[in-house]
Design a binder for this molecule. Structure first.
Ligand code: NAD
Length: 298
């Protein structure tokens, strides 16, 4: 089966990036969002990505214009999926929203359509029945920003047919990603299984006063050769997500330290508008954070 037409459902931060990456690699892409406002924001994102790709990535104006021409937008789900070979879903990270989205999608999508979810924390099996086609449903998980952190975690659940696992891995490669096969359903995929404990340990060291955030980052950067430390990564991810994860995991495991940490992220950062790179300040100030200064590791 050849993938030609791709539909992106949920045109927010990640959906807009996936749509752009897919269109840049020659696919016809339909961008669907339930809200007109979501569509308008997505068009804004695509305008910015086009400028960014020309200004910083050596891409020709004709190429970004061609990618733009391959993108269409709609708030009508039936219209959005009528000829889709593959759907990449990035609706909000909420089980009820995902379930209701897949129930609607199942009504309109043709039989051929493969469904993929970009969910970061919810397991595909928890809403696979709503898809009406569990064998053609799996996770295709991107990282932010899609084109720089270009891994795509392709994860089966117990009812995914291997045939579609192979097709989705190939599709990921075709849109410039490095597919990471995950053969068994696993919460956190590979990346977050590594990253969440690292960021959690770093925050504990900082919020309990054991060390300061710059020293923690320096330790990590010098000893592993990484270009960025845990607090630089936290700024990149954004405080809202970091807060949500700490609160969710803290409540799930009844971990008092984690819940307190979430509260500190809220009072010291979110309530002060320091959301990370997106607002120009988190732990570091942007666009020129201290950890990128020449003397930072000296
Ligand atoms: P977002 O809030 O930026 O975007 C969500 C979009 O979905 C919004 O435009 C919203 O209008 C739209 N929407 C809401 N309900 C909808 C519905 N029923 N049908 C269609 N569209 C609907 O969220 P995001 O950060 O892009 O995250 C979306 C998904 O991507 C989540 O599952 C998240 O776990 C995953 N993800 C996010 C990141 C990240 O860094 N932000 C990274 C990897 C994966």
């Amino acid at each position: 089966m050849e993938i030609k037409n791709v539909t992106i459902a949920g045109a927010g931060v990640l959906g807009s990036q996936i749509a752009w990456q897919t269109a840049m690699h020659g696919y016809k892409v339909t961008v669907y969002d339930i809200f007109e406002e979501g569509i308008e924001k997505s068009k804004e994102f695509h305008k910015k990505f086009a400028e960014l790709f020309v200004a910083t990535r050596g891409i020709k104006q004709e190429e970004v214009d061609a990618a733009k021409a391959r993108l269409t937008y709609t708030t009508n789900l039936e219209e959005a999926v009528k000829d889709a070979d593959l759907i990449s879903e990035s609706v909000p990270e909420n089980l009820e929203i995902k379930k209701s989205f897949y129930k609607d999608l199942a009504k309109y999508a043709p039989e051929k359509t493969i469904f993929t979810t970009n969910s970061s924390t919810l397991l595909p099996s928890s809403y696979s029945e709503e898809t009406g086609r569990p064998e053609k449903f799996l996770a295709l998980h991107f990282a932010n920003p899609v084109w720089d952190a270009n891994i795509a975690e392709v994860m089966k659940h117990s009812k995914t047919d291997s045939k579609y696992f192979e097709i989705v891995k190939k599709f990921a490669k075709n849109i410039g990603m490095i597919p990471i096969p995950i053969n068994k359903e696993h919460s956190g995929y590979v990346l977050n299984s590594l990253l969440v404990p690292l960021l959690s340990a770093a925050q504990n060291l900082f919020f309990t006063g054991i060390s300061d955030y710059e020293s923690i980052d320096k330790t990590w950067m010098i000893s592993t050769g990484a270009k960025i430390g845990p607090f630089g990564i936290i700024d990149m991810i954004g405080m809202q997500t970091v807060y949500n994860i700490a609160l969710m995991n803290g409540k799930k495991t009844n971990n008092k330290l984690m819940i307190e940490r979430a509260e500190k992220i809220k009072s010291e950062f979110i309530d002060k508008g320091k959301m990370g790179i997106s607002t120009g300040e988190g732990f570091y100030k942007y666009p020129n954070p201290r950890f990128q200064a020449e003397d930072f590791l000296k």
